[in-house]
Design a protein around this ligand. Structure first.
Ligand SMILES: CCCCCCCC(=O)SCCNC(=O)CCNC(=O)[C@H](O)C(C)(C)COP(=O)(O)OP(=O)(O)OC[C@H]1O[C@@H](n2cnc3c(N)ncnc32)[C@H](O)[C@@H]1OP(=O)(O)O
Length: 187
C-alpha cells in the first residue's frame, strides 16, 4: 500500500467536475450508489478540491450485521464506492485491486456516515488512495478508514467480463450520458 519510488502526485483532469458538484450515480444498479437497489447504500458523492471526494451514506436496517449496528462489509462497500468515485476527477477507469480497512468505532443504524477520500499517488496504472468515514458529519469522530490500490483498466474489462444481459442492457440505454457512465467508471 506504500507508493513505490517513482510514484507521482495525482493530476486533476481539467474537465473534472467542479468542487462541490454532485457526481450522481454512475450506474443505477450499483449497490454502492444506484437508485434501483432498494437495499443498496445509495451513497451520494461530491467532487472536492484537488483529487478529493466527499460522500454521505445513511445506515439503514437492511445494512445491519449485529443488532442495530452496521455490517463491516457494508462499511467497506461505502469506503470502496467513495474511493472508486475519485477516478471521476482523474478521468480514468480503474477497479479496486486492494482495499485495507480499519474499523475504529461501531456505526449504529440511523447514523449518517460522512466520507472523505483522496488520491495520494499514481504509479503507472496503479492509483494509491485513502478514505475516512466519520460519524454524523465532517466534525464527527472517525469510525472507519481505508487505504486502497486501484488499477487502471480499459473499458473492455467490463465488456469482456460482465454478464451479457447487463452489458447489453447498459449499452442499449437510450440516455447517452447514462450509457457512457455505466462503463467509464467501474460498476
Ligand atoms: C464511481 C465508481 C465506484 C465503484 C466502486 C467499486 C469499485 C470496485 O469494487 S471494482 C470491483 C472489484 N475489483 C475487481 O473486480 C478487480 C478484479 N481484478 C482484476 O480484474 C485484475 O486483477 C486487475 C484488472 C485489477 C489487474 O489485472 P491486470 O490488468 O492484468 O494487471 P497487471 O498487469 O497484473 O498489474 C498491473 C499493475 O498493478 C499491480 N497489481 C495488480 N493487481 C494488484 C493487487 N491486487 N494488489 C497489488 N498490486 C496489484 C501489478 O503488480 C502491476 O504493477 P506494476 O505496474 O508495478 O508492474
Amino acid at each position: 500500500m506504500t507508493p513505490p519510488p517513482g510514484a507521482v502526485p495525482p493530476v486533476r483532469h481539467p474537465e473534472a467536475p467542479a468542487p462541490g458538484e454532485p457526481l450522481g450515480t454512475h450506474y443505477e444498479h450499483c449497490f454502492g450508489c444506484g437508485g434501483a437497489q432498494p437495499h443498496g447504500l445509495q451513497l451520494s458523492a461530491r467532487a472536492g478540491a484537488g483529487v478529493t471526494i466527499t460522500a454521505e451514506f445513511t445506515v439503514r436496517e437492511a445494512h445491519q450485521g449485529a443488532p442495530g449496528l452496521a455490517h463491516g462489509g457494508v462499511l467497506a462497500t461505502a469506503l470502496d464506492e467513495t474511493l472508486g468515485s475519485l477516478h471521476w476527477l482523474l478521468r480514468v477507469i480503474a477497479v479496486t485491486g486492494r482495499l485495507q480497512t480499519e474499523f475504529l468505532r461501531p456505526v449504529p443504524v440511523g447514523t449518517l456516515l460522512y466520507l472523505e477520500a483522496e488520491v495520494t499517488a499514481v504509479h503507472r496504472r496503479k492509483i494509491y488512495c485513502s478514505a475516512t468515514g466519520r460519524l454524523g458529519g465532517p466534525d464527527g469522530p472517525v469510525a472507519v478508514r481505508a487505504d486502497a490500490l486501484f488499477i487502471e483498466v480499459k473499458v473492455d474489462h467490463f465488456i469482456d467480463n460482465g454478464r451479457p444481459e447487463e452489458i447489453r442492457a447498459a449499452m442499449a440505454d437510450p440516455d447517452q450520458v447514462k450509457r457512457a457512465r455505466a462503463f467509464e467508471v467501474n460498476p
